[in-house]
Design a protein around this ligand. Structure first.
Ligand SMILES: Cc1ncc(C[n+]2csc(CCOP(=O)(O)OP(=O)(O)O)c2C)c(N)n1
Ligand SMILES: [Mg+2]
Length: 765
């Protein structure tokens, strides 16, 4: 740990103006370049403000006051080599890395050619794949955990470079979506033909042994929980991440002393181990640059992360929608203005004799001319055609509903010599064996989450002192032992961090298969799932993607699980564009769908019903290492003629029980459909069945109202109205929580008797 404090008064002290003089590591030429970038950045803000007032652009967010720290970071780090998770004030950083003013104006007008998002995101939401500037969003702080994952991925590939290689795939695979353009398969250097195409073909990995990841945030954003989760993860992993807090003293109208206990984020974080700390005057490009150089060196040498607390100013209001005069008196604003980085740097260049009046004027004229041309061109740029807006919600390259994912289970093994059949495997067994097989096949798979490792204290495993845990439900048992602690490891108890880190890793080409221990505790990760994981491909116009698999233990019928170990809630997630959601009801489906989830190119929420993990229902023989089921294909559990029941998960065996009773007692035949995959779902199978039986019941374990069944029922009512002989019915949990007492739990969750009654009534309607 090291701390360097810079007295702001010493900033860029006048040094006599000698020709070969170096200022805080910057040559005179570099200082001129820094000033040019800072001035350009400020003038882009001014032009955008004007354009917004003329209603030629639709939003404006300025980087004013943050130019010096941004340019310093951009000059000290390497575009296309290091990785960048900036925030909206980092205009000068992006310019210093190589983004063009024209690029920024294109985003302002929302042009099709906007390289950050193709008109999908507000201005100042940077994304430049060629520079390793990763797409950013609007939620404050959600980028920070992804930066951690990005750094972890870089280190993983540096340690296991062979994992970065792309296997040789068959040239014409039906797995590919139309128009897909995989990387040249000649890139697969290991020579082993892969058994089928998978996401790796579309995730070309680059990494550098000494790369660093930059992430920035405002002072207010340091109050977000995700910031602290990220600091902890960076310190634990000694990761090469530079955190830059750009402290302008305000979060919209909330001043720093109300935001941060004691008023100083530096003081609060000073106890984190393994960090290099800097606190600088971020309006001074020289001292800021020197701080970044020291921080980058510390990170590149592998000592750990760095933290730069940069004091900056915010000379314009928070955004064009804000008027800071409502909460900041003139006196305070004037005090800030005296530290304006653009005018200070200009004065410094003049004082040092680096540029004279004429030189400054010339430089500024050149910048103005460049901006004028860029604005003129951008105003002529066309928006993307409206019909293109649905592009890139999902991977354009791999279609997980393709029939090529429809493979048969391997032949069941022969009975043993004693004539006994091999024991059928549970869902837990087959999820475990699928993970094991896929990890063998694909070295980019990493597994982490709470308690998923066999044992964090490796020496206990090595010395065979303990057997290992492998998850609270033991689904990942033995994987760390087999594949090593860098591929299967325990995370801190922090769900946002699990998903956020996985997202950053997947952006770099890893395939994280992470576990959320209980669905009931997925909520801290909701921001990462809803606003990051699912939307990264779309918002970056396919510039970045992050096909993570999140395995989640879900559901009730546990007799004692109570409120916080029994929740469902899948419709909250099927409501999210960009996210695939699957929910198997038996061992074989779990194996086939999990393999598809891992090999496909989209983020997948893989819901595993706890009650089904070791149930006698739905056990199966091991289907081999290539068994897959396409998404969006339902299974007809039993054919019937009198009534269609559409369901999934733990309601499948309960509905089957009810249907069998109905047939026994009334001679009525239910067609029972197990959806298996909830988004996408198999409308064709539902429509064909309801078209035949003319009666539909949707059954699900989640609470009745606003649930998954509402969408199915609405679709049937909408599109099959004239085929119906009865109203569409639903059976689901009561609109309440799941209680602890088993008798009360039974009263809440749908039981076979409820299903039987509803089926009977509907069939007789
Ligand atoms: C999670 C979240 N909450 C609230 C907002 C609305 N918001 C946008 S910027 C901002 C203030 C951020 O302040 P700070 O982190 O200090 O950055 P600054 O704008 O001062 O550079 C807020 C509250 C948001 N974008 N995201
Ligand atoms: Mg601020």
């Amino acid at each position: 740990m090291a701390t360097t404090k810079t007295d702001p008064k010493l900033a860029l002290a006048a040094n006599g103006g000698k020709k070969n003089k170096v200022y805080e590591g910057l040559t005179r030429e570099q200082l001129i370049q820094a000033y040019r970038i800072m001035y350009t950045s400020r003038r882009i803000d001014d032009r955008e403000i004007l354009l917004k007032r003329q209603q030629k652009i639709f939003f404006q967010m300025s980087g004013a006051g943050h130019e010096a720290i941004g340019v310093a970071a951009g000059l000290a780090l390497k575009p296309g080599y290091d990785w960048f998770y900036p925030y909206y004030r980092d205009r000068a950083l992006c310019l210093a890395l190589g983004a063009k003013p024209y690029d920024m104006f294109l985003q302002g007008v929302g042009a099709a050619d906007d390289p950050s998002s193709g008109g999908r995101q507000m201005p100042s939401h940077w994304s430049y794949p060629r520079l390793n500037v990763v797409t950013q969003s609007s939620p404050t702080g959600s980028q920070i955990l992804q930066a951690i994952g990005c750094a972890e991925a870089g280190r993983y590939f540096a340690r296991r470079p062979q994992a970065a290689e792309v296997p040789v795939f068959p040239p014409e695979s039906p797995l590919l979506a139309k128009d897909a353009r995989p990387f040249d398969s000649a890139q697969g250097k290991n020579g082993a033909p892969a058994s089928s195409i998978d996401y790796r073909q579309f995730h070309h990995v680059t990494f550098q042994g000494d790369e660093v990841t930059y992430v920035s945030l405002g002072d207010g954003t340091s109050s977000e929980g995700e910031f602290w989760e990220a600091m902890n993860a960076a310190a634990l992993g000694k990761l090469p991440v530079i955190f830059c807090v750009e402290d302008n003293g305000y979060a919209i109208s909330v001043p720093v002393e109300v935001q941060t206990a004691g008023g100083s984020i530096s003081r609060l974080v000073s106890g984190f181990p393994n960090f290099h700390f800097e606190e600088v005057d971020g309006t001074d490009p020289g001292v800021s640059y020197a701080a970044f150089v020291r921080a980058a060196r510390y990170c590149r040498e592998g000592h750990g992360p760095a933290f730069i607390h940069a004091h900056v100013i915010r000379p314009y209001s928070h955004s064009l929608s804000d008027d800071e005069r409502l909460y900041r008196p003139d006196s305070e604003r004037e005090r800030d203005a005296a530290r304006d980085p653009v005018t200070r740097t200009q004065m410094f260049l003049l004082r040092e004799g680096i540029l004279d009046d004429k030189g400054i004027n010339q430089l500024e004229k050149e910048v103005e001319a460049e901006l004028q041309t860029a604005v003129d061109l951008a105003l002529e740029a066309l928006p993307a055609p409206p019909e293109s807006v649905l592009k890139f919600v999902y991977s354009p390259d791999i279609d997980p509903t393709s029939s090529a994912f429809d493979t048969q289970p391997a032949a069941a093994p022969e009975p043993a010599v004693d004539g006994k059949k091999p024991a059928a495997k549970t869902m837990a067994d087959l999820i475990n064996s699928t993970l094991r097989d896929e990890m063998k096949r694909d070295e980019r798979i990493v597994i982490f989450g709470e308690d998923v490792a066999d044992v964090s204290r490796e020496e206990y495993l090595k010395r065979k002192l303990v057997k290992g845990k492998g998850g609270v439900f033991k689904l990942t048992f033995g994987l760390q032992n087999e594949y090593g602690s860098d591929r299967v490891f325990n995370s801190p108890l922090a769900e946002a961090a699990i998903v956020g880190r996985a997202t950053g890793m997947a952006t770099r080409g890893l395939k994280p298969v992470v576990e959320i221990q209980f669905f009931d505790y997925i909520w801290p990760a909701m921001m990462q799932i809803r606003d990051e994981l699912s939307v990264i491909r779309w918002r970056s116009n396919n510039g970045f993607s992050c096909p993570v698999v999140i395995r989640v233990a879900i559901g009730g019928y546990l007799t004692g699980g109570a409120i916080y170990h029994s929740q469902c809630g899948e419709s909250v997630f099927t409501h999210i564009p960009g996210l695939r959601v699957v929910f198997p009801s038996n061992a074989l489906d779990a194996a086939g769908l999990l393999r598809t989830a891992i090999r496909c190119d989209d983020p997948v929420l893989f819901l595993e019903h706890k009650r089904l993990y070791r149930e006698a229902f739905g056990r199966a023989a091991y289907p081999g290492p290539e068994y897959m089921i396409p998404f969006g294909k339902a299974k007809v559990v039993q054919p019937g003629t009198d009534l269609t029941v559409i369901t999934y998960g733990a309601v499948v065996p309960r509905a089957l029980q009810a249907a069998q009773k109905l047939e026994r007692e009334q001679g009525l035949k239910v067609e029972l459909i197990d959806l298996r995959s909830l988004n996408p779902f198999d409308w064709e199978t539902i429509a064909a069945s309801v078209g035949k039986t003319n009666r539909a019941l949707v059954a699900y374990e989640d609470t009745l109202s606003w649930g998954y069944g509402a969408e199915i029922a609405a679709r049937i009512a909408d599109q099959l109205f004239d085929r119906l002989d009865a109203p569409v019915r639903r059976v689901a949990a009561k609109d309440c929580f799941v209680p602890y007492q088993p008798i009360l739990e039974d009263a809440i969750l749908p039981q076979p008797s409820d299903l039987f009654l509803a089926m009977k009534e509907l069939a007789e309607y």
